[in-house]
Design a protein around this ligand. Structure first.
Ligand SMILES: [Mg+2]
Length: 166
């Protein structure tokens, strides 16, 4: 690489976000929220994201190819995205029922079966072009073991996905 060259992300780069306690500050499944709860909840319930600052969220979703992979209820996630005006900005919501599991229950391989769906949909030539952000270190470890990119979005660290330089 020559001096002054810029290292750009792969054009195939894909971001996969966990939902509860990653994209969303609260744990909607842990709270047993329903789509109706999402519609009726106070805005304060949704304030703040650990992975992405709220003020940058729409910009982030416009710039990136973003999917959500969650063990929660797809109906609740869709209700949230609609309420937040984000439903057209996320390319897919992947939950266990799409791979033979049950929404609300974790999968034996962590998020990997869901990540493989994204890999196929995007036609990725290299798994490392996909990056999972998740607050559960087990999902991160399992994704890294099979070659996906993965970053622990630690709620306590308020990890930010957005490079402040970009
Ligand atoms: Mg989570």
């Amino acid at each position: 690489m020559e001096e002054g060259d810029v290292c750009l992300p792969s054009p195939q780069a894909v971001t996969v976000l966990d939902f509860d306690r990653c994209l969303l500050k609260i744990h909607s499944y842990g709270m047993r929220m329903t789509p109706e709860d999402v519609e009726e909840a106070d805005d304060l319930v949704f304030q703040g994201y650990w992975a992405i600052p709220p003020s940058r969220l729409k910009e982030f979703l416009k710039e990136k190819r973003v999917y959500i992979a969650s063990f929660g209820l797809s109906e609740v996630i869709h209700a949230f995205l609609i309420r937040a005006g984000l439903d057209k900005m996320v390319l897919g919501v992947l939950t266990p029922k799409l791979v033979g599991g049950v929404d609300g229950c974790s999968l034996p391989s962590g998020k990997n079966a869901l990540l493989e769906m994204v890999e196929a949909a995007e036609g990725l030539t290299d798994r490392s072009f996909l990056t999972l952000y998740d607050d559960d270190p087990n999902n991160i470890r399992l994704a890294l073991e099979v070659g996906f990119g993965a970053v622990h979005a630690d709620p306590l660290a308020e990890a930010l996905l957005i490079d402040p330089v970009v």
